[in-house]
Unconditional design. Structure first.
Length: 519
């Protein structure tokens, strides 16, 4: 087969082929970093070649260009409404000789069916040059970055996700998801924030598919599969799926809420209930080695200086008088009461109106409560494994508490007023995007430190990155037997804000606040 050459014959010098190549790259670039999809379109090469003027066809009969068109020519993007758009064959700047070819290919692609998500580990699609000859090619805005699996494996997984999601759309009508959302948004269900995100995502998918049938509906689902966070397509295997099963079966809302609470119990949710198999352990060993995360599994107690605090104590003003007789009122002066009545307040209002002016703070520690500790990575140079941790913005911190609470004495402190050395939010709240982990604040208490050293290192599956999902049973088993390091330097422990009573000193005086809810 003859191949077009760079040193064009005189009769082809002005055919605009160089501009045609540029239009292909420009068309790809115009779509930006959006999901791409394969189609079942056939005979694109024939459509391209036969629509070129007959006397020029053999000149453009090129092996490299044929491979490009056959491999990538049928790629499309999908709009939110389900319409497909050819990735390569767009633009009004296509030279005249190739307009008919482009239009014929575009029409054929428009009639084709989407068959899968397209991924490539190569940024460059096609072969730009062989010797002195140039060929069709394009640049992917974002190449495939999967660490554990091959391109083919991930594309096959996306196809399986599509099949599962279509089944879920049929099994769970929009009325069921509306009922679920009514319960979840009303805070009527225990730990509802853990599944609210996937429920809202599924509702949006139902809304997008409303009134759409056949190919358009399938395309909308394909687009959802490509954009879905990890695990969202597997509704049948999740807590929200079983909740929808309960609703569809006609179960009472009280029973739905009770069963949901049981499944969301901290010792049940995403926690493997059986020891991992030998095969699972072998697989986990290979994955850990491939990712280089063995050292990432080692955790230690965080120090106070390592937490992202929303409040820390402010140094006392230098004119503040202290001493054994400082409480006495000199002759000729009157006493001004610096204490105010106890104020009931939400956390949100407390953070916005009280914290900015707070100089010192004490928290009223109960004998038994929700005491917590902040953990971090022992080896900061090890790869991130926590969801909200990444190489560009390191945040390896996580937290733990005991399911039924614990005693103050077990944390080295006594009940009563204790100094607060800082207040921080859950580490997952230190940056946006992790609302499903819930909301909460920790009052870090001076001298607080967990005395229990044999309860594992708190590598909870719900905190781990998605690519560790398939080995979570092994990591969970490992975590139960691991030890948290850095006990001697632990200084980021305290009590959860829930129904906290705090005594705050500002320049205006001292006020006791009872925080009774988040907002």
């Amino acid at each position: 087969m003859k191949t077009r050459v760079a040193n064009l014959d005189a009769c082809h010098e002005n055919d605009g082929y160089e501009k045609f190549e540029q239009s292909i790259r420009k068309s790809m670039k115009a779509f930006g970093d959006v999901p791409l999809f394969q189609t079942n379109v056939n005979d694109l090469w024939d459509l391209y070649l036969t629509n070129i003027p007959k006397d020029s066809r053999q000149y453009y009969n090129c092996n490299a260009c044929r491979k490009f068109i056959e491999r990538y020519g049928g790629l499309v993007t999908i709009s939110p409404g389900g319409e497909t758009h050819s990735v390569m064959w767009q633009g009004d700047d296509v030279p005249g000789m190739f307009k008919a070819s482009v239009e014929a290919m575009r029409q054929a692609i428009g009639k084709a069916k989407v068959t899968g998500v397209f991924l490539s580990k190569d940024e460059l699609l096609g072969t730009p040059v062989t010797g002195e000859w140039t060929h069709m090619h394009a640049i992917l805005p974002s190449a495939f970055q999967e660490r554990l699996h091959t391109v083919d494996e991930v594309m096959a997984e996306k196809t399986a996700d599509f099949i599962l999601l279509k089944k879920s759309m049929r099994a769970y009508p929009v009325e069921a998801i509306n009922q679920a959302l009514l319960l979840l948004r009303a805070d009527a269900l225990y730990r509802s924030e853990k599944v609210l995100g996937v429920a809202e995502w599924f509702k949006l998918l139902h809304d997008a598919c409303h009134g759409k049938n056949g190919k358009l509906r399938d395309n909308i689902i394909w687009r959802a599969v490509a954009l879905a966070p990890p695990g969202y397509c597997h509704l049948k295997n999740t807590v929200i799926g079983t909740m929808l099963d309960d609703i569809v079966s006609g179960m009472s809302l009280d029973d739905v809420a009770h069963r949901f609470a049981t499944k969301m119990h901290p010792l049940q949710y995403q926690r493997p209930q059986a020891a991992p198999s030998e095969g699972s352990i072998d697989k986990a060993e290979r994955i850990v080695a491939k990712l280089g995360i063995e050292r990432s599994l080692v955790r230690r107690f965080a120090r106070l200086d390592e937490v992202q605090a929303v409040w820390r104590p402010i140094e006392k003003p230098i004119d503040e008088k202290e001493g054994v007789f400082s409480h006495l009122v000199p002759k000729g002066k009157t006493t001004i009461q610096k204490y105010a009545p106890t104020v009931t307040i939400t956390w949100k209002k407390f953070a916005e109106t009280v914290l900015p002016d707070a100089l010192y703070m004490e928290v009223l520690v109960p004998s038994h409560g929700k005491f917590m500790a902040i953990l971090t990575a022992e080896h900061m140079d090890a790869p991130p494994i926590i969801q909200w941790d990444c190489q560009e913005h390191r945040n390896p911190c996580s937290w733990y508490c005991y399911n039924n609470g614990s005693y103050a004495r077990d944390w080295g402190i006594s009940e009563g007023w204790q100094n607060v050395t800082a207040i921080c939010l859950y580490p997952s709240m230190w940056q946006d995007g992790y609302d499903h982990q819930g909301t909460g604040a920790l009052f870090i208490i001076e001298g607080a430190r967990d005395s229990e050293k044999n309860c594992g290192n708190a590598l909870f599956p719900e905190f781990l990155k998605a690519d560790l999902r398939e080995i979570r049973s092994v990591i969970s088993a490992y975590s139960k037997q691991a030890e948290i390091r850095g006990y001697e330097n632990a200084s980021a422990c305290g009590i959860y804000y829930e129904r906290a009573t705090v005594r705050v000193k500002s320049k205006l005086g001292t006020v006791v606040y009872k925080i009774d809810r988040w907002d």
